[in-house]
Design a protein around this ligand. Structure first.
Ligand code: SF4
Ligand code: SF4
Length: 86
């Protein structure tokens, strides 16, 4: 399983989650070229170790365990993964 970033990140994108992730699986980081153009951050579905540290760090409650993503935001499960298929 993995955690997933959903809609509330759009427009916030403060990277608080990046700072607490122990395995650096949330991208793009501020120091990566894709950061400016990306509306949202994405969690790598295979690299995430499911620690949950990013959840309380997010000021807008955008991060959910994959099996707890609200119905209206299910599309973000694939959207997070798709970022890493580029
Ligand atoms: S659950 Fe843990 S490993 Fe996964 S993205 Fe959040 S902080 Fe990183
Ligand atoms: S902490 Fe939340 S709002 Fe901030 S970048 Fe991460 S997911 Fe987006």
């Amino acid at each position: 399983m993995a955690y997933v970033i959903t809609e509330p990140c759009i427009g916030t994108k403060d990277t608080a989650c990046v700072d607490v992730c122990p395995v650096d699986c949330i991208h793009p980081r501020k120091d990566e070229p894709e950061f400016e153009a990306s509306a949202i951050l994405n969690i790598h579905p295979d690299e995430c170790i499911d620690c949950g540290a990013c959840v309380p760090a997010c000021p807008v409650e955008a991060i959910y365990a994959m099996d707890e993503v609200p119905e209206k935001w299910q599309g973000f499960i694939d959207q997070n993964a798709a970022y890493y298929r580029k």
